[in-house]
Design a protein around this ligand. Structure first.
Ligand code: UGA
Length: 435
């Protein structure tokens, strides 16, 4: 199959490289000439484990190419995927669809022969209808079908998620489009793979419902963590105890500082807006958003509490800044309100992150950036673990303690055991473990 991917952001680049790896002929298009030139030089603009190698191997094999002009590749394509950004619109929380619609019009003008136009970007219910209308308006003779094929990739695990998906959702009623999409995903469906065909609007809603449900699970266990702290219970065991019930499932029940990233906050906000527009308020999702925002802001108070309430002149070491490990992404990271809260309280903040420091400097310019975890801990009155990078999971505890001014650790990801930390002489505070 010949595939054109519009947008070389996170989703576009990962999907394009993986489709090429399946054996398809893929051209990735981006308006940003600098980005395309960098990709031609073999430079990958995002941090995703394994992506460099995957791109390089498929470029070398002649299956993956990059260009700024969509005309030729769209004309030759069996399927054109729209994988451009859909940021939250300032003010109202709706997804900003201007990039999607601009892409649809440009694609329309370049279509030749039967082509499936696929929205891969996360788009509100009904966007596919508008994309179809724009294509018909721009090029009335075009032979195109519009499908929705949402992605369920996690940053940091995107290639694995693409190649071993729990399911692939394809939303279109057009038989020819279903055939093309089935062919594109054939390598995944050979062993009765998890291909699911639905109506287009249903596929669009599945994406939002999935993210909102996962965000709800996280927020639920975070509230249980707060309760566990008060009643002297252990939220990790609560999560295991409920997660072993197959009806609940064990994943996404890890309590922490609140969810962040480029998807959950944005998508839950957009779902709330869509629901409002249709006069069907989704109160659970509204509550999830409010509880999560509060939680992120409350983390600075948790640190202050661990230090006895007075933060003025204190030095706080922060380990991990990105919204989760294995990414350099700082979008809506819990570290941002935490660090801002700590500095507002009069503390000095030092920080270290294995991949996110360049991005973090733009968000948090007024703190000290360190070489590694031990450099960060030097002279600190407390050390806060915000992101559970593997590098932080087996720190040399005596060395850490010797470096610090006071042996206080606030572990917002529960990556250490309270007994172990006590043995090493730390005053240890974690999430939802009754301490
Ligand atoms: C999420 C979804 O997991 C993907 O399926 C989806 O495709 C993607 O959004 C998207 O819509 O593009 P991602 O944002 O990369 O992926 O990251 P997650 O691993 O889901 O983590 C999101 C946030 O939840 C992080 O801040 C993480 O620390 C937090 N989290 C996750 C918890 O606090 N506890 C958990 O148990 C799981």
């Amino acid at each position: 199959m010949r595939i054109t991917m519009i947008g070389t952001g996170y989703v576009g680049l990962v999907s394009g490289a993986c489709f090429a790896d399946f054996g398809h002929q893929v051209t990735c298009v981006d308006k940003d000439a600098g980005k395309i030139a960098a990709l031609h030089r073999g430079e990958i603009p995002i941090y995703e484990p394994g992506l460099d190698e995957l791109v390089a191997a498929n470029v070398k094999a002649g299956r993956l190419d990059f260009t700024t002009d969509l005309t030729l590749p769209v004309g030759e394509a069996d399927a054109v995927f729209i994988a451009v950004g859909t940021p939250s619109r300032r003010g109202d929380g709706h997804a900003d669809l201007s990039y999607v619609y601009a892409a649809a019009k440009e694609i329309a003008a370049a279509l030749k022969g039967f082509t499936v136009v696929v929205t891969k970007s996360t788009v509100p219910v009904g966007t596919g209808d508008e994309v179809e209308r724009l294509i018909r308006e721009t090029n009335p003779t075009a032979d195109a079908a519009v499908a929705s094929n949402p992605e369920f990739l996690r940053e940091g695990a995107a290639i694995r998620d693409f190649k071993f998906p729990d399911r692939i959702v394809i939303g279109t009623a057009d038989e020819r489009a279903r055939k093309v999409m089935g062919e594109i995903y054939r390598p995944l469906s050979l062993n009765q793979g998890p291909l699911m065909y639905t109506a287009r609007r249903t596929a669009e809603l599945i994406k939002y419902a999935a993210n909102a449900f996962l965000a709800t699970k996280i927020t639920f266990i975070n509230e249980m963590a707060d309760l566990a702290e008060k009643v002297g219970a252990d939220v990790q065991d609560v999560a295991r105890g409920i997660g072993m019930d197959n009806r609940i499932g064990s994943k996404f029940l890890h309590a922490g500082p609140g969810f962040g990233g480029s998807c959950f906050p944005k998508d839950t906000r957009a779902l709330v807006q869509t629901a409002h527009d249709h006069d069907v308020p989704v109160r659970i999702v509204e509550a999830v958003l409010a509880v999560n925002d509060n939680r992120k802001r409350a983390m600075a108070r948790k640190v202050s509490h661990a230090l006895g309430g007075n933060m003025r002149g204190k030095t706080i070491a922060v380990l991990g800044l990105t919204f989760k490990p294995d990414t350099d992404d700082m979008r809506e990271a819990p570290s941002i309100p935490l660090v801002t809260g700590l500095t507002d309280m009069g503390a000095k903040v030092k920080a270290f992150d294995p991949a996110g420091m360049a991005q973090a400097k733009a968000e948090l310019p007024d703190i000290t950036y360190c070489e590694d975890a031990y450099d960060c801990a030097k002279g600190a009155d407390a050390l806060v673990i915000v992101t559970e990078w593997v590098q932080f999971r087996a720190l040399d505890l005596p060395r850490l303690k010797a470096a610090m001014a006071q042996p206080i650790v606030v572990d917002l990801r529960n990556i250490y055991r309270p007994a172990e930390m006590a043995e090493h002489g730390f005053s240890y505070h974690s999430v939802g473990r009754g301490d």
